[in-house]
Design a protein around this ligand. Structure first.
Ligand code: NAP
Length: 281
């Protein structure tokens, strides 16, 4: 599997998303099984947030990782924009660490931009980093204009990642944000890489998607994931509560699509030719 470098730390380019997990007690055994299947088969990155299930996702992750060596994992969490002041960020982090059962995060992200000045947020993150509470910090749902603003601030060279929505049906970031990050070797974390399961079938019912998936003996969801992962410098974090899907996603991360297959998918779902509003969910 391809590796992604967060400054000094290398991780597999496939990570684990956890939105909507930990919310229903009857789902917990299956969720733990899915998460641990991933961890047992080479995945090390888990993405969560204080928002997810009002902390219940972090608690689930905390339980899932208990039997594993902490230093082998790369834990990402996020704080709400209203908690982006120095004081509130520290309180949020303390609560997240408690739920996760750890004393540090590998990456701490501002979940999206709010009213707190970015300079204060960055200063707060730098303090947490210097105190050893977080190893890296970054942002999420930042558009090009936000990244350019961030670049002007003290501490900007330490920006470790930006996490945005990206999948075959939502390619807007390819116009600006993604190449900007790739050129600077700032990992791009792709959320919703399988289009939230593509329940309406916009992508997975497409004949070209189906045909290319069949060629590789993949499901259409696996193909969507393999497609996202063809981008260099990108970490994809699909979410699944089903260990079979976790297994399928790990297998998809080993697939390389040919230039002809990528071109055929481009014809169906074209890359942007002009700036598009940042897709956010
Ligand atoms: N920073 C942000 O603002 C932000 C926003 C959204 C998401 N995220 C993060 O990104 C993660 C992923 O995004 P997401 O959860 O929105 O969407 P996603 O990963 O694109 O899709 C998740 C859905 O796809 C299904 N799925 C996954 N693998 C599958 C497979 N191999 N075959 C069939 N179905 C499959 C899952 O169902 P099953 O459980 O049945 O497999 C689930 O319903 C989140 O969990 C979260 O950690 C971050």
């Amino acid at each position: 599997m391809q590796q992604i470098k967060f400054q000094t730390t290398s991780v597999p380019a496939l990570g684990i998303g956890t939105w909507h997990m930990g919310e229903q007690p009857q789902q917990r055994p299956a969720e733990l099984q899915a998460l641990r299947y991933g961890l047992d088969h080479g995945l090390t990155v888990i993405d969560t947030a204080e928002m997810y299930g009002a902390g219940r996702s972090e608690s689930l992750v905390g339980e899932a990782i208990q039997p594993y060596q902490r230093e082998k994992l790369f834990l990402i969490s996020k704080f709400y924009p209203q908690n982006a002041t120095k004081k509130r960020m520290r309180q949020s982090l303390t609560a997240s660490l408690q739920r996760l059962g750890t004393d540090y995060l590998d990456l701490y992200l501002l979940h999206w931009r709010g009213g707190v000045p970015l300079s204060e947020t960055v200063a707060g993150l730098m303090e947490l980093q210097q105190a050893g509470k977080i190893r890296h910090w970054g942002v999420s749902n930042f558009d090009q204009v936000d990244l350019l603003e961030l670049q002007q601030l003290n501490g900007a060279p330490y920006l470790a990642a930006n996490e945005d929505l990206y999948n075959l049906g939502e390619r807007g970031v390819e116009f600006d944000v993604l190449p900007w990050q790739q050129q600077r070797q700032i990992p791009f974390i792709a959320y919703s890489p399988v289009a939230q399961g593509d329940v309406r079938g916009y992508l997975t019912n497409n004949a070209t998607v189906k045909a290319i998936a069949a060629t590789h003996q993949l499901s259409t969801h696996q193909l969507l994931l393999a497609w996202v992962l063809h981008q260099p410098g990108l970490l994809a974090i699909p979410q699944t509560s089903d260990w079979h899907h976790m297994q399928a996603n790990i297998a998809a991360a080993e697939i390389s699509l040919t230039p002809a297959e990528l071109a055929a998918l481009d014809r169906e779902f074209p890359a942007p030719t002009r700036k598009q509003p940042l897709a956010i969910i």
